[in-house]
Design a protein around this ligand. Structure first.
Ligand code: FES
Length: 110
């Protein structure tokens, strides 16, 4: 049995080298044609990574910085490589790119 799925945004809605809050509490990061999605929860204090709606701080097309205490997370695997939660990871949400859309399984957003 296949899980149901739907698009949460178009890939072009995610800034190249940046992030976009595509669904409630889900952050999509993009570099070119690649994208990754995570729960928008910092593993340091379990609060959102941003403090303004849909505004995420990214660097070099590959690092996301938490707006609160500057933890730095890699786009590719969500691992914190610098900051107060070094070695912790963002919680991955499985996505696919289909016809220029970012598609998610419905069971991933419960
Ligand atoms: S809450 Fe993200 S670094 Fe502290």
């Amino acid at each position: 049995m296949n899980a149901s799925k739907h698009a949460i945004c178009a890939l072009h809605e995610v800034p190249d080298g940046g992030g976009h809050e595509a669904a409630p509490a889900i952050l999509v990061l993009r570099r070119g044609d690649e994208a990754w999605a995570y729960r928008n929860v910092c593993p340091h204090f379990s609060i959102p990574l941003n403090y303004e709606p849909d505004a995420f701080w990214t660097y070099g097309g590959g690092l996301l910085m938490c707006a609160h205490h500057s933890a730095m997370f890699r786009f590719e695997d969500g691992e914190c490589i610098d900051g107060p939660c070094l070695g912790a990871r963002l919680e991955r949400v499985a996505i696919r790119i289909e016809d220029g859309r970012v598609v998610i399984d419905d069971e991933s957003i419960t």
